[in-house]
Design a protein around this ligand. Structure first.
Ligand SMILES: [Zn+2]
Ligand SMILES: [Zn+2]
Length: 344
C-alpha cells in the first residue's frame, strides 16, 4: 500500500496526512445534513460497534447473576479483573504485535518515523516505554476499571441506579446508546482540560504524556488519579435512565476505546487492500504539542475554546500565535511586578 497517496513523509521519516483533520459535522451550524449522512457510517464502524458488541458479550457471558452482585465480594471482583485483563491483553496486544513487534506495515502511515522500542528513556519505569506502559495498564488501569465496574454493577443490582429494560424502553435506550460516545467526548474534554492545569499536570497527567511517541500500550498508561477520572464516565449512568449493558458500553468505550487514539498509525492495513482509519491524528498532535486538541473532535470543543489543531499550516500558525500571545502576557505581568517591586 502506497501511503504517499494519502500523505507525505518528511526528512525525519514522520508521515502526515494530506488533508487536515475535520471535526465531526454533528454540531455544525447551520446543520449540514449531507455531511452528517456521509459521516454516519464512520460513527458506527468499526470502532463503536466493536465496543458496543463487547459490552453485549460481557453481559451474556461474563457478568455474574444479579443475585450475586447484590453483595460486594472479592470472588466476582477478581473474576471481572481477570476477564478485563485478558481482554485488554488480547486487544491491545493484537495492535502491538501487528504494528510494533512484527512491524507488518513497517512505517507506512506512521506519524512518528521512529519506534519507541528504538530508544531507552529514563522517564519510564525500567527505562522502557513498553514495560512502563504495560505495568501501569495492568497495575492501576485495569484495577480501577474493574473497581468502577464492580461498584456500578453492585449499584444496579441493589436498585441504586436507574435500570430500564430493552423490552419496555427500547427507544430511550437506543437514544442513550447513541449518545454514549458524546458523553465520553464531553467528559474526556473536561477532565483532560482539568489535568492540564499546571499543578495537576505535574503530579498526574505528565505520566500519560511521557509517551511523546505513543504506541498501543500508551493508551491506558496513566496516573491512578487519571485512571479514576477517565474511566469515571461510567458514573453518568448513576443518574441517566440507562441499563447495565450501556454502562458497560460506556466503560468499554473508554477502556478499549483509548486504543485507536494511540496506535501511532493513521490507517491500519487489513489484508491486501483494506485500510481502517484510526482517527488518531488529532490526539497524536496532542501528544506532540501538549496544549492543543484536548478532545477527539466528535464535539468541536477545541474549536470553541480556540485550542484546535487540524495538522494544517493554518492550524500550526494558530497554535504559534496563541503561544506568542501567552508569552507576551506573561512577560507583561512579570514586568509589572518588577516595576512594583522597584517602587516599594
Ligand atoms: Zn493520549
Ligand atoms: Zn494531555
Amino acid at each position: 500500500m502506497d501511503d504517499l497517496k494519502y500523505g507525505k513523509r518528511n526528512k525525519r521519516g514522520d508521515w502526515a496526512p494530506n488533508d487536515p483533520v475535520e471535526t465531526a459535522p454533528l454540531f455544525a451550524f447551520p446543520p449540514k445534513l449531507m455531511a452528517i449522512l456521509k459521516w454516519l457510517p464512520h460513527y458506527f464502524f468499526p470502532w463503536n460497534v466493536i465496543f458496543a458488541l463487547s459490552a453485549v458479550a460481557y453481559w451474556a457471558w461474563v457478568i455474574p447473576p444479579v443475585e450475586t452482585m447484590k453483595t460486594l465480594a472479592i470472588g466476582w471482583a477478581l473474576w471481572l479483573y481477570a476477564v478485563n485483563a485478558v481482554c485488554v491483553f488480547l486487544f491491545y496486544g493484537a495492535f502491538e504485535l501487528h504494528l510494533y513487534v512484527l512491524k507488518r506495515q513497517e512505517n507506512r502511515f506512521k506519524y512518528n518515523g521512529r519506534f519507541p522500542s528504538d530508544q531507552k528513556n529514563n522517564v519510564f519505569w525500567f527505562d522502557r516505554q513498553n514495560v512502563d506502559n504495560m505495568l501501569r495498564t495492568f497495575l492501576s488501569g485495569v484495577t480501577i476499571w474493574t473497581a468502577i465496574e464492580v461498584g456500578m454493577l453492585w449499584a444496579y443490582a441493589n436498585g441504586y441506579a436507574p435500570w430500564l429494560t430493552f423490552a419496555e424502553n427500547p427507544w430511550t435506550l437506543a437514544l442513550v446508546a447513541l449518545v454514549v460516545p458524546i458523553i465520553h467526548e464531553f467528559h474526556f474534554f473536561c477532565i483532560h482540560r482539568l489535568i492540564h492545569v499546571p499543578f495537576l499536570y505535574k503530579w498526574v497527567h505528565s505520566v500519560h504524556h511521557n509517551s511523546v511517541n505513543p504506541s498501543p500500550w500508551s493508551s491506558l498508561s496513566m496516573h491512578p488519579v487519571e485512571h479514576f477520572l477517565y474511566l469515571g464516565t461510567a458514573f453518568y449512568h448513576l443518574i441517566l435512565p440507562s441499563n447495565p449493558v450501556l454502562m458497560l458500553y460506556q466503560l468499554h468505550y473508554a477502556g478499549f476505546g483509548a486504543i485507536p487514539g494511540h496506535v501511532g498509525f493513521d490507517k491500519v492495513e487489513v489484508g491486501e487492500d483494506k485500510l481502517v482509519d484510526s482517527h488518531s491524528y488529532a490526539h497524536y498532535l496532542h501528544h506532540k504539542y501538549f496544549e492543543v486538541n484536548y478532545g477527539d473532535a466528535l464535539i468541536p470543543l477545541d474549536k470553541w475554546f480556540g485550542t484546535w489543531h487540524d495538522g494544517s499550516p493554518e492550524g500550526e500558525a494558530r497554535m504559534q500565535e496563541r503561544y506568542r500571545r501567552r508569552k507576551e502576557k506573561l512577560a507583561a505581568r512579570k514586568a509589572r511586578t518588577e516595576v512594583r517591586g522597584a517602587a516599594e
